[in-house]
Design a protein around this ligand. Structure first.
Ligand SMILES: NC(=O)c1ccc[n+]([C@@H]2O[C@H](COP(=O)([O-])OP(=O)(O)OC[C@H]3O[C@@H](n4cnc5c(N)ncnc54)[C@H](O)[C@@H]3O)[C@@H](O)[C@H]2O)c1
Length: 286
């Protein structure tokens, strides 16, 4: 599948990342088939897309007239069979190995033979996911950053069997979305989360051990290291459940205790304090 032949893009999952991915593809002119398991998740995703497009209008990045045109390119569906029309598919379902394997197998069976299947996983092995499908050479990691419409980076991860054709098509596709793709090889957490998650984890340990409050930890990193956002505010933004899941993948993947998730992170997740999305994490949100 060469990039010129990619006209229709399937997105699996209309959550935080899936609706952002659908947004950027539709804005770039692609037809998008957005699939989630229930209509209410699709409605919520489309509502977010509308809100974020309006935000882009206010920033002067898009004209008001473009909003309905972009939205009309997105076809919401609960049917996996609808993906049969897609030339390229990005999976963005929750970061759970068994769920991803099940969804990818279902998608693999529904897709045309030439369609490239990409996963937005933050940390699960692309090689392992690819091996569960009938198209390991047309399988790749396409790790968008949150919020997708704003962040420039896409970490493009080659699995062991990913073909050069799939890799080049994906890199060109990212550029067509106005993104900056960076190629990395398949290893737990890739580069982004292997470096970021230990930082967030250590910040959580500082709070748990009473070294400093979340505000102080974040202030040190913002004012002293010039980070635009402190690690705990960022963790709330990503979702504390997502952070714990990624740390578990790093811990298991490397077998190194330095990746052990901070017990305070686990406690917050157990309490339902998942960060921004649940209204409370290290901080409270209105
Ligand atoms: N949140 C982040 O900051 C971030 C950043 C980069 C990558 N990621 C990765 O993106 C992926 C999605 O994360 P998210 O934060 O968007 O999760 P999310 O929970 O916000 O959204 C996941 C969506 O997938 C849907 N879903 C579940 N089963 C499905 C199925 N069988 N078919 C289709 N949809 C299904 C859910 O209903 C939900 O709407 C994960 O792999 C995560 O690691 C997340």
């Amino acid at each position: 599948m060469t990039t010129e032949l990619i006209k229709t893009v399937g997105v699996l999952g209309a959550g935080t990342m899936g609706n952002g991915i659908a947004h950027v593809f539709a804005r770039a002119g692609f037809r998008v088939i957005l699939r989630d398991v229930e209509k209410r998740f699709l409605d919520r995703g489309l509502e977010t897309i509308n809100k974020n497009l309006e935000r882009e209008v206010k920033k002067g990045k898009l004209s008001e007239d473009d909003v309905p045109v972009v939205v009309a390119r997105i076809k919401p569906t609960t049917e996996m069979a609808a993906l049969a029309e897609a030339d390229f598919v990005v999976e963005a379902v929750p970061e759970q190995l068994e769920l991803k394997v099940r969804v990818l197998k279902e998608a693999d069976a529904a897709l045309k033979p030439g369609t490239i299947l990409a996963s937005n996983t933050s940390s699960i092995s692309i090689t392992q996911l690819a091996a569960q499908t009938s198209r390991p050479e047309r399988f790749i990691g396409m790790h968008f950053m949150n919020p997708v419409p704003v962040m420039e980076l896409v970490e493009v991860i080659r699995g062991l069997a990913t073909s050069d054709e799939t890799f080049h098509a994906t890199m060109i596709l990212c550029e067509g979305l106005g993104k900056k793709p960076v190629a990395v090889n398949d290893a737990p957490g890739f580069v982004s989360n292997r470096v970021l998650m230990p930082l967030i984890n250590e910040a959580a340990f500082c709070v748990m051990e009473g070294v400093a409050t979340p505000e102080s930890v974040d202030a040190v990193m913002e004012l002293g290291m010039n980070h635009p956002m402190g690690p705990l505010e960022l963790a709330d933004f990503i979702g504390l459940d997502v952070c714990v899941e990624i740390l578990d993948v790093l811990h298991k993947g490397f077998g190194d205790p330095k990746y052990r998730a901070c017990p305070l992170l686990r406690k917050y997740v157990a309490a339902g304090w998942l960060g921004r999305k649940s209204g409370r994490g290290f901080y409270k949100y209105a």
